[in-house]
Design a protein. Structure first.
Length: 261
């Protein structure tokens, strides 16, 4: 099963492969949330701390509780964090070790499609947020072609060797995010799409970075060299080059709602 195979254990590799993307989308996301300063946050699925650091830089938080199941990712998050505002704890998104109504805001950055039961994950965020506080998330539009490595995935699908997506990919659809938030009893639910561009200095840099993807690593190494070379050239033809650099676009869906009083 995909959920048994997709693992993130290399914090530095994840930063190059996805942390930069997370920051690009996260900046737009936080502008949209427009939170007031001084909040206590829960960052669910904090991974290597990429989004946690964005909260520190842009939102003037009082405190951040970061939770993730990967000890390796948490170790990277701890060593990169210097502001002394965040604590990083190994934990389950469906059973957060936080008291009811104990934080001002809870968020999931590129995580909800990895939660085995997304509805339980949203319910947990709603449980730990105080009345009037915000529950939010953004997720790559996996089924709508918004994933950053979609050019490679598309060629693998055409070959009949698709790489797995996150186990709960359906949760990333914007209408499903809306439904999950409403069914959790949250109020003033809003959604939006986020499009971002990342510039790679060359196609070779893009291709090397794509190899760090946990999903692509499950398929690409199993192909013979000739097939790999053919896919590489097909992907090159799909992507947009500007002056030698490669410009890639990705799209995420975002949602926010308020815990009722």
């Amino acid at each position: 099963m995909a959920e048994q195979q997709i693992r993130f254990t290399d914090g530095a590799g994840y930063e190059r492969m996805m942390g930069i993307w997370s920051r690009l989308a996260g900046e737009v996301f936080l502008d949209w949330l427009s939170p007031r300063p001084g909040l206590v946050w829960a960052d669910i699925g904090c991974g290597n701390g990429a989004f946690t650091e964005l909260l520190v830089e842009r939102c003037a938080p009082a405190k951040i509780h970061g939770f993730d199941p990967s000890p390796e990712q948490l170790a990277y998050a701890r060593q990169r964090h210097t502001a002394g505002l965040a604590t990083f704890i190994q934990g389950d998104a469906m059973a957060l070790p936080l008291a009811d109504a104990s934080v001002d805001a809870a968020t999931m950055a590129l995580v909800i499609f990895f939660v085995p039961e997304p509805a339980r994950g949203v319910a947990e965020m709603a449980r730990v947020v105080r009345p009037g506080g915000t529950v939010s998330a953004y997720a790559w539009d996996l089924l709508g072609g918004g994933f950053p490595w979609e050019p490679v995935h598309a060629e693998l699908r055409a070959l009949g060797r698709p790489a797995p997506l996150a186990p709960q990919a359906e949760a990333s659809r914007i209408e499903n995010l809306q439904r999950l938030w409403e069914e959790a009893g949250l109020r003033s639910v809003e959604t939006r799409a986020i499009s971002v561009e990342r510039v790679f200095p060359s196609f070779e840099d893009f291709w090397a970075t794509a190899q760090l993807s946990a999903t692509l690593r499950l398929v690409l190494p199993t192909l013979d060299p000739a097939t790999t070379k053919d896919i590489r050239e097909r992907v090159r033809a799909r992507t947009r080059a500007e002056g030698g650099a490669l410009v890639l676009t990705a799209r995420a869906n975002a949602v926010k709602g308020v815990v009722p009083s």
